[in-house]
Design a protein around this ligand. Structure first.
Ligand SMILES: *[C@@H]1O[C@H](CO)[C@@H](O)[C@H](O)[C@H]1NC(C)=O
Ligand SMILES: *[C@@H]1O[C@H](CO)[C@@H](O)[C@H](O)[C@H]1NC(C)=O
Ligand SMILES: *[C@@H]1O[C@H](CO)[C@@H](O)[C@H](O)[C@H]1NC(C)=O
Ligand SMILES: *[C@@H]1O[C@H](CO)[C@@H](O)[C@H](O)[C@H]1NC(C)=O
Ligand SMILES: *[C@@H]1O[C@H](CO)[C@@H](O)[C@H](O)[C@H]1NC(C)=O
Ligand SMILES: *[C@@H]1O[C@H](CO)[C@@H](O)[C@H](O)[C@H]1NC(C)=O
Ligand SMILES: *[C@@H]1O[C@H](CO)[C@@H](O)[C@H](O)[C@H]1NC(C)=O
Ligand SMILES: *[C@@H]1O[C@H](CO)[C@@H](O)[C@H](O)[C@H]1NC(C)=O
Ligand SMILES: *[C@@H]1O[C@H](CO)[C@@H](O)[C@H](O)[C@H]1NC(C)=O
Ligand SMILES: *[C@@H]1O[C@H](CO)[C@@H](O)[C@H](O)[C@H]1NC(C)=O
Length: 501
């Protein structure tokens, strides 16, 4: 019964951006909650929402077992408590790999090991053993011949980059020069990636309103508030992109060739205390939907446009047992019963943005009926369209024609699958239309009256007023914008100083 509820719940599609598409969105699974569902139920929720990548903060045996044979890619975690032992002893590292990784392969697809959680900023005393721990784990993987499929890295907080804005001048806190140097050498030589926890929420609230909230939420900004890096003249549409670029720039100071940045945590809390007015359902919904959209657009940040930004949303459930401010316990996307806290939708960058009309897919008039029949069967079968509505007695059964039934099934398939490349073709018997084919009580998937998607009205990602070319006016605009931003960045620097000291 629970499973039905889950499947019936909002069809989140962020996970289905599988590796083949490029950028993927995964999810963090924190377990510090009083009514944590059984591991098998957690995995049902993940599967029902077609999430393809998860990160665990430990290597919980129940979760790793429940994740077996699901195809889901799993990042396991070495806890901060374990880092010291593993860093000091290759034997301890080998045992850790045997018990927590090798024991579950290949049925559980473990592809990464995150060593500690923000070690440099949260337990700085452990910094000297961090890279040795990474090395010991990697050597143990090599000994078991597992190193080709499993990457070792260590998630770090943005706090180790004291002045992330503007990104072009960002550098790591020099306290960590030697640790970072060793880490980057390690990541480079093992073909791994840099794990970054990037929270525009904190970047926004800790800077006293200097950045517009739209910038933190990936919303379009007015033309006088464009954020431009004065050195590179790169435009930053979002603080998220700026944080990732600040990291790329900090890495580049070490003269290693490019090491990809993967965002191991990002998100927005949906509830907070009286002094946390920005932790709202609306903001969380906006941020996470826009994050999904941003990642699925597959482009990198301005300085690395060809490296998609993979990201793991923080997090699956609220963790009510955590301490700290109220918001700390309210980052979850789902309740333990599997219902989502707010609708999440994934719209492609192709969906005429700022235009509410979602194209529908329907059967062509006069298409050959044998082809329509096989298209219909395929859509309802392998295609996994929900064909309940066209069964006898349900709202879309009448008119009982092949044309009508195929239209419903094609469209349901297309709305759910277009994001991963599902097409509206069906052997030439289908076509797209902007006209909502819904009629009476028969509501087609994706209709603005349909709830089956959790479609929120597209939060307009309107076109940013274009800059450029050669007219004097435009050049003037560019310069004044740059100036505005220079001022913004200057002020920000001062504030960050205050904040950090
Ligand atoms: C595990 O994930 C990797 C990376 O996506 C993929 O290449 C591999 O086929 C997966 N293995 C299994 C057993 O699913
Ligand atoms: C760099 O890190 C050290 C150690 O955590 C800290 O004391 C110092 O304030 C940091 N520097 C800046 C500029 O944030
Ligand atoms: C390391 O720290 C020094 C300051 O002590 C700094 O000047 C240097 O450029 C830093 N960065 C690298 C990549 O070495
Ligand atoms: C990186 O290269 C530049 C230019 O060659 C050099 O000035 C700088 O010292 C190098 N930095 C490090 C950390 O090697
Ligand atoms: C799931 O739990 C939430 C919060 O307790 C509740 O509001 C919601 O109605 C529940 N959903 C279902 C389908 O039981
Ligand atoms: C993808 O996102 C980047 C950064 O926000 C943006 O500059 C670019 O225009 C987007 N591309 C598409 C096709 O939406
Ligand atoms: C967007 O549309 C272009 C051309 O119409 C197509 O090549 C591309 O694959 C589409 N991207 C997505 C994510 O659907
Ligand atoms: C919005 O949709 C209409 C048709 O419904 C289309 O004519 C128009 O070009 C679209 N606008 C954009 C910006 O895609
Ligand atoms: C299929 O659609 C029906 C309504 O037509 C809905 O009640 C049911 O929950 C849907 N099933 C799934 C698995 O989405
Ligand atoms: C959607 O709902 C509104 C109000 O309930 C109704 O007026 C409209 O006709 C509906 N549209 C479709 C396509 O069913």
């Amino acid at each position: 019964m629970m499973l039905k509820i889950w499947i019936g719940s909002v069809l989140l599609m962020f996970g289905i951006l599988s590796a083949s598409v490029g950028g993927y969105v995964g999810i963090n699974i924190g377990t510090d909650l009083s009514n944590l569902p059984a591991a098998s139920d957690v995995v049902s929720i993940i599967k029902a929402n077609q999430i393809t990548h998860v990160r665990l903060f430990d290597a919980d045996a129940h979760m790793l077992t429940a994740l077996s044979d699901t195809g889901i890619e799993v990042m396991v975690g070495v806890t901060n408590e374990e880092v010291l032992g593993i860093g000091e002893s290759a034997a301890v590292a080998a045992v850790w790999i045997n018990n927590n990784v090798a024991a579950y392969l290949p049925s559980t697809n473990i592809t990464a090991i995150a060593v500690g959680s923000e070690v440099l900023s949260s337990i700085p005393n452990a910094a000297p053993v961090l890279v040795p721990a990474m090395n010991n784990l990697h050597k143990a993987l090599v000994a078991s011949n597992l190193n080709y499929n499993i990457k070792v890295s260590a998630p770090q907080s943005m706090d180790i980059i004291p002045k992330p804005f503007p990104p072009s001048t960002a550098t790591f806190n020099s306290t960590w020069n030697s640790t970072i140097f060793q880490m980057l050498q390690f990541l480079k030589s093992t073909n791994s990636y840099f794990m970054l926890n990037a929270y525009p929420y904190y970047g926004y609230i800790n800077n006293g309103g200097l950045f517009p909230i739209d910038y933190a939420l990936f919303r379009p900004m007015s033309s006088v508030k464009q954020i431009v890096d004065p050195n590179t003249l790169f435009h930053y549409d979002s603080m998220f992109d700026a944080m990732v670029d600040a990291t790329y720039n900090s890495i580049s100071a070490f003269n290693t060739s490019t090491i990809p940045v993967v965002v191991t945590e990002s998100g927005w809390p949906w509830f907070g205390g009286a002094n946390e007015p920005d932790a709202t359902v609306d903001n969380a919904e906006t941020f996470n939907n826009n994050l999904i959209r941003r990642v699925s657009n597959n482009s990198g940040p301005p300085s690395q446009p060809t490296i998609p930004i993979n990201a793991y949303i923080y997090e699956l459930f609220n963790e009510d047992k955590k301490s700290g401010p109220v918001s700390e316990r309210n980052w979850g996307l789902f309740y333990p019963n599997g219902s989502s806290v707010y609708p999440l939708s994934l719209t492609t960058s192709n969906n005429s943005i700022g235009n509410s009309s979602v194209p529908f897919c329907i059967a062509r008039q006069g298409a050959e009926s044998s082809k329509l029949q096989s298209g219909l069967s395929w859509a309802c079968g392998q295609g996994q369209a929900n064909c309940t509505a066209i069964q006898s007695g349900n709202p879309c059964y009448l008119p009982d024609t092949l044309q009508n039934h195929a239209s419903f099934a094609y469209n349901d398939y297309y709305q759910k699958m277009k994001i991963i490349g599902g097409t509206c073709d069906f052997d030439g018997t289908a076509m797209t239309t902007k006209t909502d084919p819904s009629y009476g009580s028969c509501i087609f998937t994706g209709s603005s009256n349909s709830s089956s998607f959790g479609f929120s009205p597209p939060s307009a990602f309107g076109p940013v007023s274009p800059l450029g070319k050669s007219s004097t006016l435009q050049v003037h605009v560019l310069w004044s914008l740059t100036l505005t931003v220079l001022i913004t960045f200057l002020v920000v620097d001062v504030h960050i100083h205050t904040f950090c000291s």
